[in-house]
Design a protein around this ligand. Structure first.
Ligand SMILES: [Zn+2]
Length: 151
């Protein structure tokens, strides 16, 4: 349904291999385990990963904040690099799902972690703290700040 890429990544694999790649993901594992599996097949150069550190050192220094993702598919023993298009095709997953995993990967989080930390998310703590601070500031007597600004 999606057209092949210029590099013809999907033509690197025969039908049997495609079936194998596909079944490695869909083997009855829970959804969050699928996501973890997929995330393990992604790499971003925005964060330093030990096994690629030496090879990509120069590129990391040049563009530390650029989120560039590399995708792999899992064959029996080796991981084969493919483009995003092929990654989506071979695993029959949505662009949206990959985007979410990309985002988590950039932050150094795994899909599993996110579930566990749901109730203590930093954003909600920040919002609560901000409200408390606002209340605290509002409770200051008006005259103090007014007096300070005059001089
Ligand atoms: Zn490709």
């Amino acid at each position: 349904m999606v057209s092949q890429c210029k590099l013809k990544c999907t033509s690197k694999f025969n039908d049997e291999e495609k079936q194998l790649i596909f079944s490695k993901l869909y083997n009855g594992k829970p959804k969050n385990a699928e996501d973890t599996f997929l995330q393990d097949l992604m790499e971003t150069k925005a964060i330093v990963r030990r096994r690629k550190r030496v090879a990509d050192g120069d590129e990391l220094n040049a563009k530390p904040r650029t989120a560039h993702f590399q995708y792999f598919v899992q064959k029996i023993e080796e991981q084969v690099p493919v483009c995003k298009q092929a990654f989506l095709n071979l695993y029959a997953i949505s662009h949206f799902r990959v985007q979410r995993l990309n985002m988590l990967l950039s932050k150094g989080e795994s899909p599993k972690d996110m579930r566990g930390k749901h109730n203590t998310r930093p954003t909600s703590v920040t919002a609560e703290t901000r409200t408390k601070m606002q209340m605290h500031i509002d409770s200051f007597p008006y005259k103090i700040s007014h007096y300070g600004e005059r001089h």
